[in-house]
Design a binder for this molecule. Structure first.
Ligand SMILES: C[S@@+](CC[C@H](N)C(=O)[O-])C[C@H]1O[C@@H](n2cnc3c(N)ncnc32)[C@H](O)[C@@H]1O
Length: 244
């Protein structure tokens, strides 16, 4: 991600401070923005098939009114940046994003030619749809309700599942784990790649990983050159593997 965009997001950092309390309350989304449309830039090392510039700029409408997902969260920024590095290698792949909020991560995948379904709870769908239109990604990206507390809707079998900053609200931990387990078939079936970006905020987060361990193992994604920078902010990008 370029300096300019880091500056833009840097001004939001105070919204995402660590809190070691074990409260069930999700972190407050914080104040709203005077200009609710942000420009976020990413560097993409792969060449655009039509020769367009390698750095991409997405417009992102943010509005914390419908819930905390209506703003861009720091682990989402990290995962979006990692996806931009994958670039046009994503072309033609089916991507499913959970807890998309504004849709930023999935939009970056859609920009690079993946067929993406960005999902969240119903109140976030208008924001996701607005962001799809703002970036003219209607042919690649769709928004759908996928509430971890409800039965799974019908979905295209994903090649990649993305989730960023979804560990923040303890009552939702078992719901998220069971949704992931339902989406990723047991070996020997071919499993999608699962990229899970997480920011440690509370001691209670370890309860999420205790639940996750029943169904998945994981490893840290170690080919991201930005890793050292974001690990200083307690952000980790993991690849999850289904346990047999
Ligand atoms: C902290 S926000 C992160 C949003 C986005 N991934 C990002 O990184 O900017 C957590 C997201 O999880 C979503 N979420 C929480 N509970 C959910 C549930 N039961 N089903 C689906 N999504 C849920 C919220 O609506 C919100 O968009």
């Amino acid at each position: 991600m370029e300096d300019e965009s880091l500056e833009t997001l840097g001004s939001l950092r105070h919204l995402f401070s660590a809190d070691d309390s074990d409260s069930d309350r999700p972190p407050a989304p914080g104040p709203f923005f005077r200009n609710p449309i942000m420009q976020i830039k990413f560097d993409s090392p792969t060449r655009h098939p039509e020769g367009l510039p390698r750095s991409i700029s997405l417009s992102l409408f943010v509005d914390a009114g419908p819930g905390c997902g209506g703003i861009a969260w720091p682990a989402g920024e990290v995962l979006a940046s990692y996806i931009a590095r994958r670039g046009f290698a994503l072309q033609g792949l089916n991507v499913l994003e959970l807890g998309s909020g504004t849709g930023l991560v999935g939009l970056v995948a859609g920009y690079h030619g993946a067929h993406v379904c960005i999902t969240d709870q119903a109140p976030l769908i208008p924001i996701m749809e607005r962001n799809i239109s703002l970036n003219m990604l209607q042919s690649n990206v769709t928004a759908a309700e996928l509430d971890w507390a409800k039965p799974l809707p019908y979905l295209q079998r994903p090649d990649i599942i993305l989730a960023a900053d979804c560990v923040y609200f303890e009552p939702a931990f078992p719901l998220l784990v069971s949704t992931l387990a339902a989406l990723v078939p047991l070996p020997p079936e071919r499993a999608p790649e699962v990229l899970f970006c997480y920011k440690k905020r509370r001691k209670a987060d370890k309860r999420f990983f205790a639940l996750l361990r029943k169904h998945f193992t994981w490893s840290v994604v170690d080919d991201d050159p930005a890793r050292e920078r974001y690990s200083r902010e307690a952000i980790t990008l993991l690849r999850l593997f289904r346990r047999s």
